[in-house]
Design a protein around this ligand. Structure first.
Ligand code: PLP
Length: 232
């Protein structure tokens, strides 16, 4: 079941990339394991998946340490895809290879401080909010330049790109303008040289709309339900 779902998704990722004239290697599949137990995560590892996304620090902490105990596979990556509170930054830098959800200078500074303490360069993405929904986190497009300039000064953070989460639409085509918008914002940042180096990553697209996101330039898709089934 899981293995079929995973290979099905990988096929769709390849096709979507090729439709857009891109190489399938440019798109990384992040298997979203929130609420998924470690037995199932082990199955996913057996099925060849290597990059996992969690949205809560505490939940991830338990799973990551339980799994470390059982498997020695060091090429597994853990990504934080959910909102991060400043008081959890210390744990987040210990656990995650990439944090997708930096959305304030205060959080960036705290992550920088905590990463410094353990001698790590923490890779991060900045979460951009492109809709007016109250419930969504992320920084507005207008504040983005200031945040990136702030992060530039932080020696222990490396910003690699942008992440967004459009409103949910039944019809994935309706999400397309949001994905296109995020790509344009990234390209503008790169051409105006706001950061020290070009931003590459665009973390966008979930189970319902990842193919559209890839057509619009996604380099990371975050997929839970389509791999693991409906969450309980
Ligand atoms: C849960 C979650 C996903 C995965 O959603 P699915 O619809 O199950 O694929 C992706 N991104 C974030 C930020 C999430 O919280």
């Amino acid at each position: 079941m899981l293995i079929e779902n995973a290979s099905n998704i990988l096929k769709k990722i390849s096709h979507a990339a090729m439709r857009a004239g891109r190489s399938p290697d440019e798109v990384k599949l992040i298997a979203v394991t929130k609420t998924v137990g470690i037995e199932t995560i082990k199955e996913a590892i057996d099925a060849g998946l290597r990059v996992f996304g969690e949205n809560r620090v505490q939940e991830a902490q338990k799973k990551i340490s339980d799994l470390k105990f059982e498997i020695s596979n060091s090429n597994i990556e853990w990504h934080l895809i959910g909102h991060l509170q400043k008081n959890k930054a210390k744990y987040a830098v210990q656990l995650f290879d990439l944090i997708h959800t930096v959305d304030s200078v205060e959080l960036a500074e705290e992550l920088n401080k905590q990463a410094g303490k353990i001698g790590k360069i923490q890779r991060v993405l900045v979460q951009v909010k492109l809709s007016e929904e109250e419930t969504k986190h992320g920084i507005s497009k207008d504040e983005l330049t200031l945040l990136l300039e702030g992060i530039n000064k932080l020696k222990n953070l490396k910003v690699e790109g942008l992440m967004t989460m459009p409103p949910f639409f039944e019809d994935p085509e309706k999400a397309r303008p949001y994905f296109k918008r995020l790509r344009e914002i990234r390209d503008n940042i790169n051409s105006s040289r706001i950061t020290h180096y070009a931003l590459r990553e665009l973390s966008m697209g979930m189970s319902n709309d990842f193919e559209v996101a890839i057509e619009e330039g996604a380099t990371m898709v975050r997929i839970g339900t389509a791999i693991f089934g409906e969450r309980k």
